[in-house]
Design a protein around this ligand. Structure first.
Ligand code: NDP
Length: 259
């Protein structure tokens, strides 16, 4: 694999599992020093240990370190970014991936579920981007990739999640305008259905197994299948690379062709 990120420092939030862990792997197999940030330190450490033993990571000269942080907590975010920049030696790429879903129809959706989803999916991206940009602006170099979702276009039972993920698209477009003059690219990806523990929980809530749920989604997807975390990670890496040097303010849908 090309070592597009040799010598670069990458932060991926919510990287203990799922799309975040696949993204950490992708960057590390392209030579990056990756900070795996997660609410659950044990999970982040297991991911880091596994990736550091991966021959693809070793041969690319990549490395991974686990960090615990609740990305909804401003003081914790500021502390962890200061620590990462000191220990890893800088910050070139931020991937705002941490997210949760708390689905329900509006009349059953509690304020706490609305707030938790807005805070974890949207406010966290603001907090992390704010902490990262201070370093990136000073260096006149940086890439930020945010996780939106196809649900930003609307999805029954996801008023909170759709609002947060649509907010991510507005945040992305605006940060691209504000930070462009400092040579910082800001983009978003909007995945459709990706097989992770988040979608497995959705299946469980509607009384299906993950396999049945995936088959139903696959049947209405032009490519005839659901997506895998690695298929999101590769697009995130592209947007964070110099291959996408003139791409900024965009949201790229990764959803197998579904409209
Ligand atoms: P997962 O639930 O598998 O992983 C999310 C990770 O984020 C978990 O490790 C979780 O930790 C962590 N996390 C949650 N809250 C916080 C927090 N406050 N601080 C730090 N870490 C936190 O999700 P996916 O991999 O499926 O999703 C990753 C991103 O992609 C999310 O933003 C999601 O909205 C988005 N996405 C996913 C799609 C899908 O189909 N899977 C589709 C479109 C977008 P813990 O488990 O300990 O809470």
């Amino acid at each position: 694999m090309n070592a597009r990120f040799s010598g670069q420092n990458v932060v991926v939030t919510g990287a203990g599992q799922g799309i975040g862990a696949a993204t950490a792997r992708r960057f590390a197999t392209e030579g990056a020093s990756v900070a795996v940030v997660d609410l659950d330190l044990d999970r982040a450490e297991r991911t880091a240990e596994e990736l550091n033993a991966d021959p693809g990571v070793v041969s690319a000269g990549g490395s991974v370190r686990a960090w615990r942080c609740d990305v909804t907590d401003q003081a914790a975010v500021e502390d962890v970014f200061a620590g990462i920049i000191e220990v890893h030696g800088g910050l070139d790429v931020l991937v705002n991936n941490a997210g949760i879903a708390r689905d329900n129809l509006l009349f059953k959706m509690e304020l706490s579920d609305w707030q938790a989803v807005l805070t974890t999916n949207l406010t966290s991206a603001y907090l992390c981007a704010r902490a990262a940009q201070a370093h990136m602006v000073a260096k006149r170099h940086g890439k930020i990739v945010n996780l939106s979702s196809r649900s930003a276009l609307g999805n029954v039972g996801q008023a909170n999640y759709a609002a947060a993920k649509a907010g991510i698209q507005g945040l992305t477009a605006t940060l691209a305008m504000e930070l462009g003059r400092f040579n910082i690219n800001v983009n978003a990806v909007a995945p459709g259905y990706i097989a992770t523990s988040m979608t497995a929980q959705t299946a469980q809530r509607v009384g299906s197994t993950p396999e049945e749920h995936q088959q139903a989604v696959a049947a209405r997807t032009p490519l005839g299948r659901v997506g895998q975390p690695e298929e999101v990670a590769s697009v995130i890496a592209f947007l964070a690379s110099d291959d996408a040097s003139y791409v900024s303010g965009q949201t790229v849908y990764i959803n197998g062709g579904a409209r």
